[in-house]
Design a protein around this ligand. Structure first.
Ligand code: CMC
Length: 433
């Protein structure tokens, strides 16, 4: 059967160009523009990747119009309901759900990579006491390559796997240490008889003089949030990891680059920004005023936690998280009520009825509610994006492994539409006006 093509007509000279159409297992067809420059001398222009598939991938599928998110084919709703974060990490890394034996072994491996090198602990002392934990995370994760050089040969599949395990395992420890440094409390060592999430909570909240027993409902909710944040195909931070890794950079450097990208308020930093916004709005009576500000083109204010590049109907993660929010608040407060949650629900209600938000297809995204849950769990605001980073590490390493393992992968090297000065002669200093 003849392969499908699209034909582009070049108006300036009337010539046409046939480009092959690629078909994935599901989702939109994609036409291959790699030969366009060679055949026409022209580049394609797509800042922000509005219509560009930057790679082949078999990890995560999103249909933004229908509000579908699947990891390795499994709907996010089913994974959030039945799975655990470590099981999902295994799925993302290896492509299949583990057998009971494989899961036990994976949990054992991750559980036995949780400690960090003692010298790495010294590294934290170099940061100012009030450094934002995300800033500390970028530095500490980037420096892991200085401590674990026995697994840095990216052409060795076993090395790649060990690095992936180390990153997933150490991220909660590194995150908790970043917080303890900020708080001025001693680091708490991991305890391997606890599950992944409970272990993290203990490292955050225990002190040498007081044990901390994680509340199972809180630990379960946090684990669910980790599942929801574990991967999201070619988002900004994952693309950053892939681009950094395409040059052959070591995995720790790549994940550090991903963390730096995640921190931006348009991406993972939104969960912190949502709480700042809700604090600023302060009271239900002010909601309409802030909705009007968000609609005003002359006002830079945006409703944080609203809108998504891909989801134009609803964010399936937000639907799940809204439910978790109710469960956590019911467990953590006597009445199940929280003024912050009420404010968030009012904001959601007004925005969802508003013509501007309807016509712009702006719906609450995953981060609209996650901050409220984090706050109920006692996690401080400057740790919100760190929570996201712990979870997304599973996706980042899965994408990094997929890319390096793909024999067709090449260094990422976009081109540009140059708008600067054309050639001009150098002007000696004494001749410049
Ligand atoms: N509040 C008010 N107006 C908005 C908002 C918002 N939150 N988001 C988009 N718009 C408007 C925007 O002004 C523009 O209007 P117009 O076409 O009239 O000029 C239109 O909607 C399209 O916006 P855009 O910025 O071109 O859309 P994008 O796809 O480039 O950006 C986004 C997506 C998520 C960056 C953006 O919606 C946003 O800034 N939202 C708030 C930040 C946020 O919640 N980010 C978390 C994303 S989910 C977590 C993650 O995966 O990282």
């Amino acid at each position: 059967m003849e392969k499908e093509h699209v034909t582009l007509t070049i108006n300036s000279d009337g010539s046409s160009l046939e480009l092959p159409v690629l078909e994935g297992s599901t989702g939109p067809k994609t036409f291959d523009v790699t030969s366009v420059y060679k055949k026409t001398g022209m580049f394609t222009f797509d800042p922000g990747f509005m219509a560009t598939a930057s790679c082949r991938s078999a990890i995560t599928y999103i249909d933004g119009e229908k509000g579908i998110l699947r990891y390795r084919g499994y709907p996010i709703e089913q994974l959030a309901e039945h799975s655990s974060f470590l099981e999902v990490s295994y799925l993302l890394l290896y492509g299949e759900l583990p057998s009971a034996e494989e899961l036990t072994e994976f949990e054992y491996i991750i559980g036995h990579h949780t400690m960090i090198h003692e010298s790495l602990q010294m590294f934290y002392r170099g940061f100012r006491y009030d450094a934002h934990p995300m800033a500390t995370m970028v530095g500490v994760v980037g420096s892991l390559s200085a401590f674990y050089h026995d697994s840095l040969d990216i052409h060795n599949a076993r090395h790649r796997e060990i690095s992936a395990h180390r990153l997933i395992a150490k991220m909660p420890t590194i995150a908790a240490c970043s917080y303890k440094r900020y708080k001025g409390e001693p680091f708490i060592y991991p305890q391997n008889n606890l599950d992944y999430t409970s272990n993290f909570m203990r490292m955050m909240f225990a002190t040498p003089c007081e044990e901390f027993e994680p509340n199972p409902i809180a630990a379960k909710a946090l684990d669910k949030l980790f599942i929801l944040h574990a991967d999201h195909e070619q988002n900004a931070s994952t693309s950053t990891v892939r681009i950094a890794g395409s040059s052959g950079a070591n995995p720790f450097a790549c994940i550090s680059a991903g963390i730096a990208s995640l921190w931006g308020p348009a991406h993972g930093g939104a969960n912190e920004a949502v709480l700042n916004m809700l604090d600023e709005i302060g009271d239900v009576s002010n909601v309409e005023k802030y909705v009007a500000k968000a609609k005003d083109k002359n006002d830079p204010f945006r409703l944080m936690g609203f809108g998504h590049r891909v989801y134009k109907n609803h964010d399936p993660r937000a639907t799940i998280i809204r439910k978790v929010c109710h469960e956590v608040l019911e467990d953590m407060t006597d009445t199940g009520n929280s003024p912050l949650f009420e404010l968030a629900m009012k904001l959601e209600e007004i925005a969802l009825k508003d013509d501007y938000f309807i016509s712009h297809k702006l719906y609450p995204n995953v981060d609209f509610y996650s901050g409220i849950i984090y706050r109920a769990l006692g996690i401080p605001m400057n740790m919100f994006t760190v929570m996201f980073a712990i979870a997304r590490t599973a996706g980042w390493v899965a994408h990094w492994m997929e890319m390096i393992g793909d024999p067709d992968h090449r260094i990422a090297r976009p081109r540009q539409l140059y708008l600067g000065a054309t050639e001009r002669p150098y002007v000696p200093l004494d001749k410049r006006s």
